[in-house]
Design a protein around this ligand. Structure first.
Ligand code: GLU
Length: 509
């Protein structure tokens, strides 16, 4: 293990909502930092000003907060290596670009957009690199005087990396092992654009150096850019100071066919963002709005490409921190299994007590008509009663609603086949007058009462349980029917039974 203090960064570009892949990268960074008493940094990579989306930055904070993985250093909680927003670090990048030019590792390129387009039209495989750069308009082909004059005249230019041909860039990825790339496959990447801002390549290397990053956890899609970064590290800061590279496995679509994309939210009818991302018309709700607990989402994401090597699946964030290690990150792709995500949510709903659930379930539960007719203690009690039936927090709405309002519609069809006059007489017998003296105040007392009374009609408890459930709930779901009765209270139970027998009459007509 490195002796340097561990420092990792999550470096999103604020171009949209935080999708599942980005959130998993943030999580792995967080887990690794916390496991190693390190620092988790959020850096906003906004050098591509054309793609910026207002609100995206704010959304990132909210999402990390909701998942309980807040950064230690960020634009909002600056540490000693700020600023943490790349557009505010413009001068720094210029300085390093100049250093590269003076060391002969970079050059000015004055080719206009039109000229480059012409080259690409003439040769669709056109790449700006060693084999053709001496035929193009740059400081390698122009005289020093011309270059100086053009710079003074403020002719638009960019600064390009000068990649030597026929060499190998080699580096180690902690998951993928030794990687070596022939430099003939790397083009002379732009480092500073003609708007004066750096490209991602220069900015990421300069910032990782200045922010003393020890490990770069990022998605596998960035692996192809790593050789460029390695070259920049060699040219600017020395390979010995380079962070360790950890490229995380690709997340595949639920059907395993290709990489999960933002569009898959619509195609598969599943959330692909942590939270609702309002500006993106491709998506619907996020995991939060679909009724997921952040604990469950985190648990699910942690196991998307990593596992601690045991059969156990449900982990708290604290446990994940304790167990996390790079060695257990898999190389192979991870399939995004939405059903599994729901399974985790169900486990977490069952695991958390109602008062802990309330914080997340309240927005859904508060939409239940008449919800204020019961005290918060009563609501929590009811939540505990029904929670094992809830896979998503949205399920609480249906599972609780009948405690607050009598069902308007009763699913009579489910009892019709086994209905008979005797059962009809039994339910008609359950009037306020007939029950006046019975003490009904607990699930056990209801069970005793219904056992005894159904017996006197030559019925068994199992014969009357479903109709009783329909009377109280309106449909075939919910916890133990006597528990439901206990929570509704005697007068409400009788009222609902009467409404039910009334519906039976209507049905018989
Ligand atoms: N700014 C890149 C992104 O949007 C970060 C890549 C990296 O972590 O180096 O994901």
């Amino acid at each position: 293990m490195d002796s340097k203090p561990i420092r990792v960064r999550f470096a999103p570009s604020p171009t949209g909502g935080l999708h599942i892949g980005g959130l998993r990268t943030a999580l792995f960074n967080y887990l690794f930092a916390k496991k190693n008493n390190g620092t988790f940094i959020l850096r906003i990579e906004d050098t591509d000003q054309n793609r910026l989306v207002a609100e995206a930055e704010n959304y990132i904070y909210q999402c990390l907060d909701w998942c309980h993985i807040p950064p230690d250093e960020s634009p909002k909680h600056a540490g000693r290596v700020g600023p943490y927003i790349q557009s505010q670090r413009k001068e720094l990048y210029q300085k390093y670009a100049q250093e590269l030019i003076s060391k002969g590792f970079a050059y000015y390129a004055f080719d206009t957009a039109e000229e480059l387009t012409n080259h690409r039209t003439a040769n669709p495989n056109f790449q700006y690199q060693a084999h053709n750069r001496l035929q193009l308009k740059n400081s390698l082909t122009l005289s020093q005087d011309e270059v100086n004059q053009w710079l003074t005249d403020k002719k638009p230019y960019c600064i390009r990396l000068k990649v030597n041909p026929n060499e190998h860039v080699a580096f180690n990825d902690d998951i993928r092992g030794h990687i070596s790339v022939n430099t003939n496959f790397i083009d002379d990447k732009i480092l500073i654009k003609n708007d004066g801002l750096p490209t991602y390549h220069l900015a990421v290397v300069v910032d990782d150096f200045m922010m003393e990053i020890t490990h770069v956890f990022r998605g596998e899609e960035w692996l192809s850019t790593a050789p460029i970064h390695v070259l920049l590290w060699q040219y600017l800061f020395g390979e010995n100071n380079m962070p360790r590279w950890v490229h995380l496995p690709v997340i595949l679509k639920p059907n395993g066919k290709g990489k999960l994309s933002k569009r898959d939210g619509d195609s598969f009818g599943i959330p692909v963002y942590g939270m609702h991302w309002g500006n993106d018309n491709l998506t619907k709700n996020g995991f939060k709005e679909c009724g997921f607990l952040p604990q469950a989402l985190i648990n699910f994401l942690a196991l998307l490409g990593w596992n601690p090597g045991t059969e156990k699946e449900v982990y708290t964030l604290h446990e994940l921190v304790q167990l996390f290690s790079i060695e257990h990150i898999q190389k192979g792709d991870a399939i995004f299994d939405y059903e599994k995500a729901k399974w985790f949510n169900h486990q977490w709903i069952m695991k958390l007590p109602a008062d802990a659930l309330w914080k997340y379930a309240a927005p859904f539960i508060n939409t239940i008509p008449n919800i204020n007719s019961k005290s918060s203690t009563e609501i929590l009690q009811l939540m505990n009663l029904v929670k094992e039936r809830c896979v998503l927090l949205t399920d609480f709405t249906k599972q609780l609603a009948y405690f607050f309002e009598a069902p308007k519609h009763i699913a009579m069809d489910s009892i019709k086949p086994k209905w008979d006059d005797n059962k009809q007489r039994f339910f008609e017998h359950l009037t306020p007058n007939n029950l006046e003296t019975d003490v009904l105040d607990s699930a056990a007392s209801y069970q005793d009462f219904f056992t005894k009374t159904s017996g006197s009609f030559n019925l068994q408890l199992k014969d009357i349980q479903l109709p009783l459930r329909l009377a109280l709930v309106g449909d075939k779901f919910g916890p133990d029917v006597f528990k439901i009765a206990e929570n509704l209270g005697k007068s409400e139970v009788i009222k609902r039974i009467q409404y039910f027998t009334g519906s039976l009459h209507q049905n018989n007509q």
